[in-house]
Write a protein that binds this ligand. Structure first.
Ligand SMILES: NC(=O)c1ccc[n+]([C@@H]2O[C@H](COP(=O)([O-])OP(=O)(O)OC[C@H]3O[C@@H](n4cnc5c(N)ncnc54)[C@H](OP(=O)(O)O)[C@@H]3O)[C@@H](O)[C@H]2O)c1
Length: 342
C-alpha cells in the first residue's frame, strides 16, 4: 500500500451532496493535504470555491489531467468512476470510490473505517467505500461479529432522500410544499398526485417500500448491496441476510432496524458492553431515542432500541442510524484517505 505524508487530493464530484460534505470534512479534520483539486462536470467547471487551501477553480472531469494527484476521492456516479478512475490510477493516484462500480471486484477492498481497516492494505489502486446503509449498519454489527460471529440478520432500512443526492433533497422539498398545501386532503384521501418525479410514488408524507430498482428475485439493487457488501466487509460468505429497503421522507440519516443471530447466543449485557465501546458509535438507551434528526451532521452512528430476541432466542435487535452523507459516504472516504497518510 502506497502511503503519503502530505498527499495531493482530488475530489471528483465536488459539487454534489457527498462531494461538498467531503470538502468540509477534509477542512474540519485538518487533513494534511498538500493541495486540493475540485472536479465535477462541464456544468460546474470554471466556478470558484473558497476553501481552506485557497480559492479553487472547478475542473471538468472529461478533460482533466490527473497527473500529480496522490489520492482521488470519487463521488460522481458509477459511470464516471468506471470511465475515469482507471485513468487516475494509471497516473499514479489511489482512488477511493463512493459508487458501486468496483465494490464487488475481487481485487478491490471494501472498507469501513474502524471495522475492517486491515483490508485496505491489499489494493491495486482502487479502494471502495461501501453503500451508505451497509456502512451505518456495519458500525453496529462489526464489533458484535468480531466476538460472536454473525450468522444471520433480518434488516429493514429507512433511507433518507439525500441518499439520492441533491436531486433527492430538492424533490422532497418540492413535494412537501405541494402536498403540504392541503393537509385535509392527505387525511381524506383526496390528495392530488404530484408531478411524476424521482421516485415511483410520492415521498412527502409517505413511505416507499422500495428503495432502488427491482432486480433478481424481486429484491432491489439496494437490498442486494446489503446482502453482498455485508458478507464482503465481514469476510464471511455464508451470512444469511434478509433485507427490505424503504425510502422515507427524511432529509438526511439512513436508519436500519436489524435483528441478528450469531454462532453462539449473545445476551443484552454482552451487547451493551460491546456496543458501548464500539468505535464510531454512540449507544443510546431508551430514555434518549435516537432519530435521523439527531444523526444529521454528526460523525457517530447512533445505536438504540437494543433488545434480546423474543422469538428465536439468543439474538439481538437494534436500531442504527448514520448520517448517509458523512459516515455513509464522505466521512468514511476521508477516514480511508487518512489510513493512507504516513
Ligand atoms: N448521497 C449519498 O448518501 C451517497 C452515499 C454513498 C455513496 N453515494 C454515491 O456518491 C456519488 C455521488 O452522489 P451524490 O449524492 O453526491 O450525488 P449528487 O448530489 O447528484 O452529485 C453528483 C456529482 O457528480 C457530478 N457529476 C455528475 N455527472 C457528471 C459528469 N458527467 N462528469 C463529471 N461529474 C459529474 C456532479 O457535478 P455537477 O454538479 O457539475 O453536475 C456532482 O458533483 C454516487 O455515486 C452515489 O451513489 C452517495
Amino acid at each position: 500500500m502506497k502511503t503519503f505524508a502530505t498527499p495531493r487530493i482530488a475530489v471528483v464530484g465536488a459539487t454534489g451532496a457527498v462531494g461538498t460534505t467531503m470538502l468540509s470534512i477534509l477542512e474540519e479534520r485538518g487533513f494534511p493535504a498538500a493541495d486540493i483539486r475540485l472536479i465535477a462536470s462541464e456544468r460546474s467547471a470554471g466556478a470558484t470555491v473558497g476553501t481552506k487551501w485557497g480559492d479553487i477553480v472547478i475542473e471538468d472531469l472529461a478533460s482533466v489531467d490527473p497527473s500529480g494527484v496522490d489520492i482521488a476521492l470519487f463521488s460522481a456516479g458509477g459511470a464516471r468512476s468506471l470511465e475515469h478512475a482507471p485513468r487516475f490510477v494509471q497516473a499514479g493516484a489511489t482512488v477511493i470510490d463512493n459508487s458501486s462500480a468496483f465494490r464487488m471486484d475481487d481485487d478491490v477492498p471494501l472498507v469501513v473505517a474502524n471495522v475492517n481497516n486491515a483490508a485496505i492494505k491489499e489494493h491495486n489502486g482502487i479502494v471502495a467505500n461501501p453503500n451508505c446503509t451497509t456502512m451505518a449498519l456495519m458500525i453496529a454489527v462489526g464489533p458484535l461479529h468480531a466476538v460472536a460471529g454473525l450468522r444471520s440478520m433480518v434488516a429493514s432500512t429507512y433511507q433518507s432522500v439525500s441518499g439520492s443526492g441533491q436531486t433527492g433533497i430538492k424533490h422532497l422539498e418540492a413535494e412537501m410544499d405541494f402536498l403540504g398545501a392541503d393537509t385535509e386532503a392527505l387525511i381524506s384521501g383526496a390528495w392530488e398526485e404530484p408531478e411524476p418525479g424521482l421516485y415511483s410514488r410520492p415521498i412527502a408524507y409517505n413511505v416507499l417500500p422500495l428503495a432502488g430498482s427491482i432486480g433478481e428475485a424481486g429484491y432491489t439493487d439496494e437490498e442486494w448491496k446489503l446482502v453482498y457488501e455485508t458478507r464482503k466487509i465481514l469476510d464471511r460468505a455464508d451470512i444469511a441476510v434478509e433485507p427490505t429497503c424503504v425510502r422515507v421522507p427524511v432529509m438526511v440519516g439512513h436508519s436500519i432496524a436489524a435483528t441478528m443471530w450469531f454462532d453462539r447466543p449473545v445476551d443484552l449485557d454482552e451487547a451493551v458492553a460491546i456496543l458501548g465501546d464500539a468505535p464510531g458509535a454512540q449507544l443510546w438507551d431508551d430514555r434518549r431515542v435516537p432519530t435521523p434528526l439527531d444523526s444529521a451532521g454528526i460523525d457517530d452512528v447512533l445505536i438504540g432500541r437494543l433488545r434480546e430476541t423474543t422469538g428465536t432466542s439468543g439474538g439481538i435487535s437494534l436500531f442504527a442510524i448514520g448520517d448517509n452523507l458523512r459516515k455513509g459516504a464522505a466521512l468514511n472516504a476521508v477516514e480511508l484517505a487518512e489510513l493512507l497518510v504516513d
